[in-house]
Design a protein around this ligand. Structure first.
Ligand SMILES: [Zn+2]
Length: 311
C-alpha cells in the first residue's frame, strides 16, 4: 500500500500495489512507479519518500537488514537503490517505529510535554517501540525486536527461523488457527459456523464475553501481558499505547494490558502509567512514515539554512 500524505498527516490519496516484486530492483521500480502516479495526479510538491518495513531495518544507512515481507532478502540497500532513481530524500524505517511516531505526533499532550511513550504492537508481528523526548530509543540499532524472544524452546516455527518465539505463540495467525481448531472440535462459541474466523472476530467475541474467545485472549495475554509488564517496569513510560490490526483487537488488548500492568508491576509504577487505545495500524504506518519524512526534511532544511547563514 502506498499513500500520498500532507504535512498535517492526512492521507490525500492511496494506491494499492498487488504485484509481489521478484527482487529488490523490481521493488524499486514498483515504488518509483507509485511516485510517478502520485506526481502526475497532484500539483503539490513531493518533499520525500518514507518506507515502512516490518523487518529489521538500519535506519541510518537505509538498509533492510532482514526482510520479513520477502524471505531471504538480507542487507538490501533500499535507500541507496531508490536514490539512483529519484532525487528526493528517502527514509527507510521499521514499521513498528513509524507507527510509534505516528501515535506520538497525534497525541497533543505527549508532543507538547515530550513525555515518554511505550508503543506495543499486536498483529501478525509483535513489536514495541519506546519514544522519549520525541525520538525513538534505538539501543545499538534493533531495540524493539520483542517478538523474537524465545519463550518455548519446542514451540511453533517462527518466520525468523527459531521455534517458540513470543510472536509465533501469540500472533494473529496463531489465534486464528487455535480458534479454527477449537471450533472444528465443536467447542461452544458464538463463532460456531465460521470456518476461518479472523482475529478481529475473535477479539470482538471476547469483548462479548464469549468463553472460547476469552480463553484464547487470556492465553495471548499471559505472554504478551508479561512482556508488557517487564517493559513497563524497565522504561516506566507515562503512556502505553496499544496498536493492532483491528478496532476490536485494540479495545480488547488495551483492557487486558491495563490489567496485566496492574497485576504484575509495583503499585507506584502501575498507578502512574496510562494504557490507551492506539489506532488501527495499516493507515497509521502510512501516516507515521510520512511524518518521519517531514521531520527529516525540516532538519535537512534547517542545517542548510544554518550553513548558508555562517559568516
Ligand atoms: Zn521469531
Amino acid at each position: 500500500m502506498c499513500a500520498l500524505v500532507n504535512a498535517a498527516g492526512d492521507i490525500v490519496q492511496k494506491i494499492e500495489v498487488n504485484r509481489a516484486p521478484a527482487n529488490p530492483e523490481d521493488l524499486v521500480d514498483v515504488i518509483v512507479g507509485a511516485r510517478d502516479r502520485f506526481a502526475s495526479g497532484n500539483s503539490s510538491q513531493l518533499i520525500g519518500l518514507g518506507i515502512a518495513d516490518p523487518g529489521m531495518v538500519n535506519n541510518a544507512e537505509g538498509l533492510v537488514v532482514r526482510s520479513s515481507q520477502f524471505p531471504g532478502w538480507h542487507n538490501i540497500p533500499l535507500a541507496a537503490l531508490l536514490g539512483e532513481k529519484i532525487d528526493i530524500p528517502v527514509l527507510v524505517e521499521n514499521s513498528t517505529r513509524v507507527r510509534a511516531i505516528g501515535e506520538y505526533m497525534g497525541m497533543d499532550d505527549l508532543r507538547q510535554t515530550e513525555a515518554s511513550m511505550l508503543y506495543l504492537e499486536y498483529g501478525e508481528g509483535i513489536g514495541f517501540s519506546f519514544v522519549t523526548s520525541g525520538a525513538i530509543w534505538r539501543g545499538e540499532g534493533f531495540a524493539g525486536e520483542l517478538g523474537h524472544v524465545v519463550i518455548e524452546r519446542d514451540g511453533n516455527l517462527c518466520g525468523c527461523g527459531a521455534r517458540g518465539c513470543l510472536e509465533s505463540l501469540v500472533n494473529s495467525s496463531t489465534i486464528e488457527a487455535r480458534a479454527k481448531d477449537l471450533l472444528g472440535r465443536g467447542v461452544n462459541s458464538i463463532l460456531q459456523g465460521r470456518d476461518n474466523p479472523k482475529s478481529e472476530e475473535i477479539f470482538a467475541a471476547a469483548l462479548d464475553a464469549d468463553r472460547m474467545a476469552r480463553g484464547l485472549v487470556e492465553e495471548i495475554v499471559s505472554h504478551f501481558g508479561l512482556a508488557a509488564a517487564f517493559l513497563a517496569s524497565a522504561f516506566h513510560p507515562k503512556y502505553i499505547v496499544v496498536g493492532a490490526e483491528s478496532a476490536s483487537a485494540i479495545r480488547c488488548l488495551t483492557k487486558e494490558i491495563t490489567s496485566a500492568i496492574h497485576d504484575r508491576t509495583l503499585p507506584e509504577i502501575a498507578s502512574s502509567i496510562e494504557v490507551v487505545e492506539g489506532r488501527e495500524y495499516e493507515p497509521l504506518a502510512l501516516v507515521g512514515a510520512a511524518l518521519m519524512v517531514f521531520r527529516k526534511a525540516i532538519m535537512q532544511y534547517s542545517k542548510t539554512v544554518a550553513r548558508a547563514s555562517r559568516p
